[in-house]
Design a protein around this ligand. Structure first.
Ligand code: DGL
Length: 222
């Protein structure tokens, strides 16, 4: 009989239920994993906060996760990743896997040369996001629908379905044929968005590549 592999302690961090959507996916798709989910619901939304304030809020929580045994941490938050992950990598002693808007893949996939990126104001404002656009999508039209209230609506389970539908239909009408979900909270309305834009656009979010990267890191830790 093969000896049973020991579980690897994986931290998943977000401001709220976006982290839960990622944790559920990882738990379902990876073996030998024990997830510790931390959600900073006291301070949600992160999407309207400055990088300095994010550093102040997130750093102690990640230190605590390491103390509690996490061997690798998934930053299941585009806002944190795009604004402060390079800082966090300097101060946190375990590998960090970030999640950020899939601008490169969207730019490769669009046939109309037009994509829509749905993300928090802080993500859209970050240097990392601006760099992604410049580096991979400088010749692509990028629509940025106003999603500033989406994460709070989703966190409170009070989604304004008509508003979301209208915004996504508008994006398609303006020519977007790829919709990038650049906030993990939006994973909860991914199906709804897919149905709304069916036949006109595809929807992208990074949980699959993140799971693959995590698997590679876990193999190295084993
Ligand atoms: N789920 C987070 C993200 O991916 C942040 C949502 C928020 O707190 O505003 O950006």
């Amino acid at each position: 009989m093969k000896p049973k592999k020991k579980n690897i302690q994986v931290g998943v961090f977000d401001s709220g239920v976006g982290g839960l959507s990622v944790a559920n996916y990882l738990e379902e798709h990876l073996e030998n994993i024990q997830i510790q989910l931390v959600q900073d619901t006291q301070n949600i939304p992160y999407g309207n906060k400055s990088p300095d304030l994010l550093i102040e809020l997130v750093t102690p929580l990640l230190h605590r996760m390491v103390e509690d045994g996490c061997e690798v941490i998934v930053i299941a938050c585009n806002t944190v990743t795009t604004n402060i992950i390079s800082h966090l990598r300097k101060v946190i002693s375990v590998p960090l896997i970030g999640m950020e808007p899939m601008v490169k893949t969207a730019a490769e996939q669009t046939k109309n040369n037009c994509i829509a990126v749905c993300a928090t104001p802080a993500t859209l404002d970050s240097d990392r996001y601006k760099w992604l656009k410049e580096k991979f999508a400088s010749k692509v039209d990028i629509l940025e629908p106003d999603c500033s209230r989406w994460s709070s609506m989703i966190e409170a389970n009070q989604v304004e379905h008509q508003l979301i539908k209208k915004q996504m239909k508008d994006a398609c009408q303006k020519g977007a044929d790829v919709i990038v979900l650049g906030c993990t909270h939006y994973h909860w309305i991914e199906e709804e968005i897919q149905k709304t834009v069916a036949g006109k656009a595809t929807v992208l979010q990074p949980v699959l590549p993140v799971a693959k990267q995590l698997k590679r890191i876990m193999a190295g830790l084993d």
